[in-house]
Ligand binder design. Structure first.
Ligand code: CO
Length: 672
């Protein structure tokens, strides 16, 4: 089929008639960062980028985005990959195309403002490892949060791209806060800071084509640096917005290779190449070369990731963006959070509450981390508030925001909410107005001391400083101090295809309840696969006999409590661990009897109000605690929730440790 299409293209012979463009549109490719971040939960592995790297280097992209955003977090947490190593590895294949990263300004690649010493070290190391362009944004568009990182970018001789987060309070560009004036002022501020280029960062796909035209036209007239448009496809408007922005003179646009395009990702490059062909803004790209890259991605890479694509809806456009101006990623996070808490029926209330929370919190743009801050607070309000009290459970990050730790909000924060949030706040009840990092103690040396003996170099130390809990876990895997779990291991294309086939069969009902007595003797080459079908988990052994894969057994996995010795299924594969790991450790807990240490303990139980990960316990067994005092910090949707002690007394039992996942209603500790 592909041969046929290639023949046709050769027949068209369009190269001959193609004039060189006067002002070619420059293109940055996002496939290797925002593309898989948007569509495949940032799970792209370095080994799956290498097969196309050299071909992509030949396209003529202005830059390729390879790092930053969520990659740093996801790589070490879920992929057992060193994020720094990715830059160095890919750099060996990309010999001429510059690398770009998404830097969350003083938030670096995390979810809060870090101290100046850590921020400087991070940028310096990113540059040393091979980063060329630093696309820098602040979630509040408060450029005081650029003041530390920008001079380091410049000192390293790298490109500083300043972003304006595009957000709105009206259906179209305008209103009291985020109007044309606002954006022009921001662009001028970036120019004054020495921006080498200016990016309109439309993370939710909100910019409408005629607004893009108007905005780009104005920016081109008011500032000198090249203008770059980053607009997600989510709402369906971005290809039109690209075209209008190009007509208005935009210098650079962002696209993805087709298999990584559309939905909450970005428009594809190929239609744009054909659209501009022969015009004065012709990209000059060879469509046949792009087709070659696509074929590799489609056939050799995507089968490993397809299962991560959200195909719950047929439509590739999320009209909620048009209705509620809610960023696509944020919405799916909210839906997941509600689903895990059995509260999906509350989604309409969430839609209603969201703009109220956003307004209370200073009408802030919704982008990482503010989208999570506003999102989880909204969910908390909908689930825990009653008619007598609003903001019953305020997250740690909302408190930080109210204190001024993220920067200045577009409009003042609702003073009542601010007062409530800061009551008893550890840094003080009076909010700050200075640059946030000014009140942050240096933190790198402290982190270095803590991770001594495990970290080998500065890159390790920075990783730990930004992600203490998961970073430490990763460093143990990296240096062989701990065996990484199965879940972080890569799978091969063959395994992915075999799994896909098994899922198809399972869904068709062909794999159900095969009696144990029919199981043939297991061959020497038997391999074990974990197959997830909706909420069910099967362990599947596959024997290859005479080249034809034969399903030797399918074993629905029931998670056993550690105390009850599980009778082993007769056909259990020998290489599988005695108790196969459940889908998530937390999923097991509700079905299992309460752990021995808390089951026997009398007292008031503190249960998890939501699923999440334990960051830390503030008290130990034997400590006395006052009712209302913070007992546990629970991370949910990246936000930290301080859970108060439900009663005064002595801590009798603590059931989890730092880094453990818990489900809603799990007993975290007992106070008696
Ligand atoms: Co983006």
């Amino acid at each position: 089929m592909s041969d046929h299409s290639q023949v046709k293209m050769t027949d068209m012979n369009y190269d001959k008639k193609r004039p060189a463009a006067d002002n070619p549109v420059k293109v940055m490719d996002l496939t290797l960062r925002d593309g898989h971040q948007s569509l495949f939960a940032t799970r792209g592995r370095t080994e799956d980028m290498i097969p196309v790297a050299e071909l992509m280097d030949e396209v003529g992209f202005w830059a390729v985005e390879t790092w930053g955003g969520a990659t740093f977090d996801t790589m070490h947490r879920f992929l057992n990959e060193d994020p720094w190593e990715r830059i160095r590895t890919l750099k060996r294949y990309f010999k001429k195309t510059p690398f770009s990263m998404l830097l969350r300004a003083q938030n670096l690649v995390g979810y809060r403002n870090y101290s100046d010493d850590l921020a400087k070290a991070f940028v310096d190391r990113a540059a040393a490892n091979g980063m060329d362009i630093f696309r820098t944004f602040d979630a509040l568009n408060d450029y005081r949060n650029f003041e530390t990182v920008v001079p380091v970018i410049k000192e390293c001789g790298k490109h500083f791209q300043g972003c304006i987060c595009y957000t709105m309070t009206e259906p179209r560009l305008g209103g009291d806060v985020y109007n044309l004036d606002y954006y022009i002022k921001k662009a001028k501020a970036l120019e004054a800071m020495g921006a080498d280029s200016i990016c309109i960062k439309d993370m939710a796909g909100l910019i409408a084509p005629y607004d893009a035209y108007k905005l780009v036209k104005e920016l081109k007239q008011n500032v000198k640096p090249p203008i770059h448009l980053h607009s997600h496809f989510t709402s369906g408007m971005s290809p039109m917005s690209h075209l209008k922005a190009i007509e208005a003179g935009v210098d650079i646009i962002d696209t993805c290779m087709t298999p990584y395009a559309y939905r909450t990702s970005h428009a594809a490059i190929e239609p744009m190449v054909m659209t501009l062909l022969g015009t004065d803004r012709d990209t000059g790209f060879d469509i046949r070369h792009l087709a070659k890259i696509n074929e590799i991605l489609e056939k050799e890479i995507l089968p490993k990731y397809k299962h991560l694509l959200d195909t719950s809806k047929v439509s590739i456009i999320d009209i909620n963006v048009l209705l509620h101006q809610t960023p696509g990623g944020m919405l799916s996070n909210l839906v997941n959070q509600l689903r895990e808490m059995d509260a999906l029926d509350k989604i309409d209330e969430v839609y209603k509450e969201l703009p109220r929370v956003r307004k209370d919190l200073g009408q802030i743009p919704l982008v990482t981390p503010t989208s999570q801050i506003v999102g989880i607070q909204t969910v908390n309000n909908v689930l825990f508030d009653d008619e007598n009290e609003r903001y019953k459970m305020i997250t740690g990050q909302v408190k930080d925001l109210c204190y001024g730790l993220y920067g200045k909000t577009a409009v003042p924060i609702n003073p009542d909410i601010q007062k409530k949030a800061l009551k008893g706040y550890e840094r003080g009840e009076e909010p700050i107005t200075c640059r946030p990092a000014e009140v942050l103690e240096p933190e790198l040396a402290k982190a270095q001391e803590e991770i001594k003996g495990l970290a080998v170099d500065l890159d390790d130390e920075i990783l730990y400083a930004i992600y203490p809990v998961t970073g430490k876990k990763f460093l143990k895997w990296k240096y062989g101090k701990e065996e990484p779990p199965e879940s972080v291991k890569a799978k091969t294309l063959e395994e992915a295809l075999a799994e896909e086939e098994l899922v198809k069969k399972a869904l068709a009902g062909e794999l159900i309840e095969k009696p144990a007595k029919e199981v043939p003797a297991k061959g020497e080459n038997s391999r074990t696969f974990n197959v997830f079908v909706d909420d069910e988990y099967f362990e599947v052994g596959v024997d290859e006999v005479g080249g034809t894969p034969l399903v030797s057994y399918v074993q629905p996995q029931v998670v056993q409590a550690p105390v009850a010795a599980a009778p082993q299924a007769p056909a259990a594969a020998p290489q599988a661990p005695a108790a196969a790991p459940p889908k998530t450790p937390a999923a097991a807990a509700p079905a299992a009897p309460a752990p021995a240490d808390s089951g026997a303990v009398e007292g008031t139980k503190l249960t998890a109000p939501m699923p999440g990960m334990i960051v830390k316990y503030e008290k130990q067994v034997g400590d006395t605690v006052e009712e209302g005092e913070t007992m546990v910090i629970l991370e949910a949707m990246k936000m930290e929730n301080a859970l108060p002690a439900p009663a005064s007394g002595t801590v009798k039992a603590i059931n989890y440790g730092s880094g453990d996942s818990v489900s809603k209603d799990d007993v975290l500790c007992v106070i008696g």
